[in-house]
Design a protein around this ligand. Structure first.
Ligand code: MN
Length: 321
């Protein structure tokens, strides 16, 4: 049997749950699972045939702390995460949670987590206080990721209030997830990804690797149009940015929360099977829904192996057999 590795699987640390603004309003189903680091998690992995999870803290992780305390608190959070992984090292690995409020310290924390704690990279969430992570002040984190040869996973966060007010509030009461998983997340994270390409960071850091969830947050469907608008219509005297080349070289996408054959086919045609990795987005999505879907897709045996485990093993340097 070929193994399945799922790489966007969340938990919540007991340390900071009281600070998370939507914690109290979370459905019981979600809250119980985020808090349960072992029993329900392992059982639902086994029931769905998931061999290995890369754990990441629920949004917003260490980005919730004040700038002054964030480095210390993030270290505590990541130490707890490492101790969870240590209980089942043959089932879990982890993405670090970084104190982006203090970017130099976040870079140091990334190094500590990868070098000392064996983590596979880091996950960043949405924006930080209305700022996207392509701003140069955050580049030390990406520079460190390149040196360590680990990816940075760009995961959605609750959209900026200015955006929510202008775009989403009219319908958010009736349609609770319009602002988030239903639409707002994808718009914000695809914007974050395009901005990262425009920022020039990949020219400075040619080996930087970025992961997007949810089959690329809509970008595979829009690569051609975005490339046309950004690359083809650049004036010749400006810095030339080939959107398609940069995006397809540096970005990896996962299947988290997007179990669609047509979206997968589009992603395969645009990005190729080396750039797609299996993920569930547990507990927001159900493990069995995800594995039942991937097993029934019409992927070739080679592509299936790559997407379900070989790409993850290579990108994240997992020792998992
Ligand atoms: Mn997620």
């Amino acid at each position: 049997m070929s193994p399945i590795i799922a790489i966007e699987e969340h938990y919540i640390t007991h340390e900071i749950k009281s600070l998370i603004d939507n914690y109290a309003s979370m459905p019981d189903h979600t809250r119980v699972r985020l808090n349960d680091h072992f029993d329900i998690r392992i059982r639902e992995m086994d029931e769905a045939g998931i061999d290995f999870q890369i754990l990441s803290h629920n949004h917003p992780g260490a980005q919730i702390f004040s700038p002054e305390t964030s480095a210390k608190q993030a270290a505590k959070l990541n130490d707890e995460l490492a101790s969870i992984v240590a209980v089942y090292p043959n089932r879990f690995a982890a993405f670090a949670s970084l104190p982006m409020q203090a970017p130099e310290k976040a870079a140091t924390e990334l190094e500590r987590c990868v070098t000392d704690k064996g983590m596979c990279g880091a996950m960043l969430h949405g924006m930080l206080n209305g700022e996207f992570f392509d701003l140069p002040k955050f580049w030390p984190v990406f520079a460190k990721a390149e040196i360590l040869d680990v990816p940075i996973y760009l995961h959605p966060g609750v959209p900026d209030k200015r955006v929510s007010d202008a775009y989403y509030q009219d319908y958010s009461k009736e349609f609770k997830l319009f602002n988030t998983a239903g639409w707002g997340f994808g718009i914000e994270m695809s914007t974050a990804a395009v901005r990262l390409v425009l920022s020039g960071i990949f020219e400075k850091h040619p080996n930087l690797k970025i992961i997007l969830g949810h089959l690329g947050e809509g970008l595979p469907f829009l690569i051609d149009r975005t490339h046309e608008g950004i690359t083809t219509r650049q004036s010749p005297d400006k810095r030339q940015v080939s959107f398609r080349d940069i995006f397809c070289k540096h970005f990896y996408i996962t299947t988290s929360g997007n179990f669609s054959d047509s979206a997968l086919l589009c992603s395969l045609m645009e990005m190729g099977s080396d750039k797609i990795l299996f993920a569930v987005d547990w507990p927001y999505n159900n493990n069995k829904d995800a594995t039942n879907w991937i097993k029934k897709t019409k992927l070739s045996p080679d592509d299936y192996q790559k997407i379900t485990h070989l790409n993850a093993k290579k990108l994240l340097k997992l020792n998992f057999k």
